[in-house]
Design a protein around this ligand. Structure first.
Ligand code: PRP
Ligand code: MN
Ligand code: MG
Length: 180
C-alpha cells in the first residue's frame, strides 16, 4: 500500500490537530443547540467523522447518507444519486454535514439541496479538504480543514477504486497507479 504513495501531503499529526481545532469551533457554535445531528457522507467521511465527533464536547446524534458521483474513476461523472438515505427525519434539527473532500462541489450541493427541503432548523457544511480549483458549482463551506492543490489524494477515508482509505496520512498517489 505505502509503495503506491508518491508523497505525504498532510500527516496524521496535522490531521488530528486540525480536527481538534474544528471540534472546538463546532462545540462553541452549537453549544445552545438541543437537537444537534452530524451527518456523514459515506464512505469517504467515515474516518474524519469518527475523529471529529469525539472532539465535539456536546450531546449529538449521528446519521449517514451515501451519495455517489464518482464510481471508480478519478473524474466526477456529474451524476449524483442517493445510495442510502438517512434513518431519521432532520426536520427542526441543527444539521451539520461532514465530508472528506469537496471537489466539483456536486455531491454537497446536491445533498444541501435535498436536506434543506426537509426543513432543518439549521444546515451547515464541514469538510476536511477542499480543492477550490476544481469547483463546478457554487458552495458555501462553513468549516474547512485544508485547501489542497489538484493532486489525486487518498488516505484518512479517501479512496482510489475503493482502496487506501485506511492510510493514516493524506497521501498523493504515484500517477502510474491511477493512470494504469
Ligand atoms: C468523493 C468524496 C466526496 C465527493 C467529492 O466521494 O468523498 O464525497 O467525491 O466530489 P465532488 O465535489 O466532485 O462531488 P465518492 O463519490 O468517491 O464516494 P466515496 O466517499 O464512497 O469514496
Ligand atoms: Mn464521498
Ligand atoms: Mg471515492
Amino acid at each position: 500500500m505505502l509503495n503506491d504513495v508518491k508523497q505525504v501531503l498532510i500527516t496524521e499529526e496535522q490531521l488530528l490537530e486540525k480536527v481538534k481545532e474544528l471540534g472546538e469551533k463546532i462545540t462553541n457554535d452549537y453549544k445552545d443547540s438541543d437537537n444537534f445531528i452530524v451527518i456523514g457522507v459515506l464512505k469517504g467521511a467515515v474516518v474524519f467523522m469518527s475523529d471529529l465527533i469525539r472532539s465535539i464536547e456536546l450531546p449529538l446524534k449521528i446519521d449517514f447518507m451515501a451519495v455517489s458521483s464518482y464510481g471508480t474513476s478519478t473524474e466526477s461523472s456529474g451524476v449524483v444519486r442517493i445510495l442510502k438515505d438517512l434513518d431519521e427525519s432532520v426536520e427542526g434539527k441543527d444539521v451539520l454535514i461532514v465530508e472528506d473532500i469537496v471537489d466539483s462541489g456536486l455531491t454537497l450541493s446536491y445533498m444541501h439541496k435535498i436536506l434543506k427541503s426537509r426543513k432543518p432548523a439549521s444546515l451547515k457544511i464541514c469538510t476536511l479538504l477542499d480543492k477550490p480549483n476544481r469547483r463546478k458549482v457554487d458552495l458555501k463551506i462553513d468549516y474547512l480543514g485544508f485547501e489542497i492543490p489538484d493532486d489525486f489524494v487518498v488516505g484518512y477515508g479517501l479512496d482510489y477504486a475503493g482502496k487506501y482509505r485506511n492510510l493514516r496520512d493524506i497521501c498523493v498517489l504515484k500517477p502510474e497507479i491511477y493512470k494504469g
